[in-house]
Design a protein around this ligand. Structure first.
Ligand code: CP
Ligand code: NVA
Length: 336
């Protein structure tokens, strides 16, 4: 694993190794603190969008592991605007040992990874949110003996979070049911890929526009906001389409009695989830949020913890970008 860009890029063994490592790191911290394995290392964090969980959990995660993190706010850098993405990658990776980026255009994370000498972690793009999915499955793993064969139901928008979740479930043999309004399904290529993973793992993928069908018999019910960051112009249109997909007590009753209710947060209470459910006995929203940090520590350790996972390997390795010709450089410097 050289970067952490999308769940679809990881093997099942890599995902399972990260989950095991997250558990060890969480236990180690509870017993008095993590070993300072990342002493002297710094994570540069580029944010084009706001954040509470991603920013703080990465920053604290680096600190617990003896390293440091640098927050670069949406007002700074001007990724793809003030400066081209390849140039940002080449400059920043000379200062830091890892880059975490939260962006609009997924291509920007891919381009950062292509040109960075340090590992790149996707902290959310319009395409997916792999750190979220890893933390979420870790949270389920802590509460259920076995992941394989569980039924994970997602009700709401077929968005970036849903994309990472369908892929991680399909990789791990978890059945995935998704209920979305007709015009808000997951993109077809995402589902095609999930079905390929499912054919190997044995998980079943079920898509419906009926939220009740999606929730029936579920071990996990998951939802996310109806309007993601960057889609604010569509807020009213979405508010009209999504109410039948609200996760409320009636919907939760269709699932197993011990169903785990999850939400990546921030939540719009009263829209995609009611207070009764968010604060109810089945909700695991806040342990889920905390686990982002433990899961991301596992990612940090894997990418930054070993010499061969970081700069040294990349400088010798095949993914070092070819020397940029004038033509290539021109084609890579376009504004977003
Ligand atoms: N779930 C999540 O990524 O939260 P933030 O947007 O606060 O980082
Ligand atoms: N789908 C949401 C997730 C926020 C963590 C968004 O992209 O805004």
């Amino acid at each position: 694993m050289q970067h952490f860009i999308a769940i679809a890029d990881l093997s099942r063994a890599e995902i399972e190794a990260l989950l095991d490592s997250a558990l060890k790191l969480k236990r180690e911290r509870a017993k008095g603190g993590n070993k300072p394995i990342l002493k002297g290392k710094t994570l540069g964090m580029i944010f084009q969008k706001p954040s509470l969980r991603t920013r703080v959990s990465f920053e604290m995660g680096m600190r617990h592991l003896g390293g440091d993190a640098l927050y670069l706010s949406p007002a700074e850098i001007g990724l793809g605007g003030r400066e081209s993405v390849p140039d940002v990658a080449r400059v920043l990776s000379g200062y830091v040992d890892g880059i975490m980026a939260r962006v609009f255009d997924h291509q920007h994370v891919l381009t950062l990874a292509e040109w960075s000498r340090a590992p790149v972690i996707n902290g959310l793009s319009d395409y997916n949110h792999p750190c979220q999915a890893l933390g979420d499955i870790f949270t389920v793993m802590e509460r259920r003996k076995k992941l394989e064969g569980l039924t994970f139901s997602y009700v709401g928008d077929g968005n970036n979070v849903a994309t990472s979740l369908i892929h991680i479930c399909a990789k791990l043999g978890i059945h995935f049911r998704i209920g979305t309004p007709a015009d808000y399904e997951l993109p077809a290529p995402v589902v095609v890929k999930a079905r390929e993973f499912a054919a190997v793992s044995g998980s079943q993928i079920f898509e419906t526009i009926d939220p009740h069908e999606a929730a029936r018999g579920a071990d996990v019910i998951y939802t996310d906001v109806w309007t993601s960051m960057g889609q604010e112009a569509e807020t009213e249109k979405r508010k009209a389409a999504f109410p039948p997909y609200q996760v409320n007590e009636a919907l939760v009753k269709l699932a197993k009695p011990d169903v785990l209710v999850m939400h990546c947060l921030p939540a719009h209470r009263g829209q995609e989830i009611t207070d009764e459910v968010a604060d109810g006995p089945n909700s695991i929203l806040f342990p889920q949020a905390e686990n982002r940090m433990h899961a991301q520590k596992a990612i940090l350790l894997t990418l930054l913890g070993k010499e061969e996972g970081g700069k040294m390997k990349k400088e010798k390795g095949k993914s070092r970008p070819p020397r940029a010709t004038k033509a290539k450089r021109k084609s890579k410097t376009g504004k977003r």
